[in-house]
Design a protein around this ligand. Structure first.
Ligand code: FAD
Length: 244
């Protein structure tokens, strides 16, 4: 397999700002809220499962809106629908506050995605590890995976009540780990038996992601094929860290 066939394809898009409205509100689990937004999605593109859009919220203290990153969980350009899943957390920042109170008809400005990174389906196996904020990307990836692709997922959530069901054509081994039960992701990684040719995607709290990445290196997985991102950071608002 040549290196080229494994290089991710990067695509850039013109950024458009859009005003969408809440069309539907679905409480997926106690801490995961799905909002289906509707409006003009003309030329909206998102090719990568871990793309993000910017959500804009008015900042009462300043003139500039505050922005937060969220994954396009699903979209239908023809119908003008975009689905975003919000992991509701404490302390709640502007995104969580807005989402938890959002009612059908409320408006939301979004921008992007600015671009997509598309990994080729060229690996023997895919390992995905994440916390609640990573579940939209993992769910989207699994739902769009092809027959015969192999996935191992370690999904770390508070308790069994936060478990989601994903429909996939791939061979997926999804393991849920519960913080309230003391499940440890590093121990779960040690116990995995993976093909050498495994691509890894990790996202979640930044410090946690770094510890996971170190353990993956210790396990002998090729750092080149590990994509690790800090989707938020303990004690810091609006943090996004690309770790590779
Ligand atoms: C590329 C990308 C895609 C993302 N996709 C999603 C997505 O689809 N769904 C989703 O829910 N999140 C997603 N996130 C994470 C989300 O952007 C952050 O959690 C964001 O900080 C939430 O904004 P907020 O206004 O609620 O809180 P902030 O104002 O950013 O933070 C307020 C406080 O809450 C803490 N905090 C932030 N997030 C969490 C959390 N998840 N759990 C516990 N404490 C937290 C912060 O440390 C801070 O102390 C994504 C992040 C990135 C970078």
């Amino acid at each position: 397999m040549s290196e080229d066939s494994r290089t991710p394809l990067r695509v850039r898009f013109d950024i458009r700002r859009r005003e969408l409205r809440v069309a539907e509100r679905i409480q997926l689990t106690p801490h995961m809220l799905r909002l289906v937004l509707s409006g003009d999605l003309e030329a909206f593109q998102s090719l990568g499962f871990d793309d993000h859009v910017k959500l804009f919220f008015p900042d009462p203290a300043g003139e500039q809106p505050v922005m937060r990153d969220y994954t396009p969980r699903a979209f239908d350009v023809a119908k003008g629908l975009l689905t975003i899943d919000f992991a509701l957390h404490e302390p709640a920042g502007p995104a969580t506050q807005w989402a938890s109170q959002a009612q059908v008809g409320d408006g939301l400005h979004i921008g992007g995605p600015r671009g997509s990174q598309v990994w080729p389906d060229a690996f023997a196996h895919y390992l995905m590890i994440g916390d609640e904020t990573a579940l939209p990307a993992i769910g989207r990836r699994l739902e769009n995976a092809s027959v015969g692709q192999g996935f191992t997922v370690l999904a770390v959530v508070e308790s069994a009540a936060e478990r989601q069901e994903w429909v996939t054509q791939a061979e997926a081994n999804v393991r849920w780990l519960y913080r309230t039960k003391g499940d440890d992701v590093l121990t779960a990684i040690d116990a995995l038996s993976l093909p050498a040719d495994t691509h890894v995607w990790v996202a979640g709290e930044s410090h946690w992601v770094k510890a996971v990445r170190t353990r993956l290196h210790d396990k002998g997985l090729n750092p080149k094929w590990i994509k690790a991102s800090g989707y938020w950071q303990n004690g810091e608002a609006g943090a996004h860290q690309s770790l590779d």
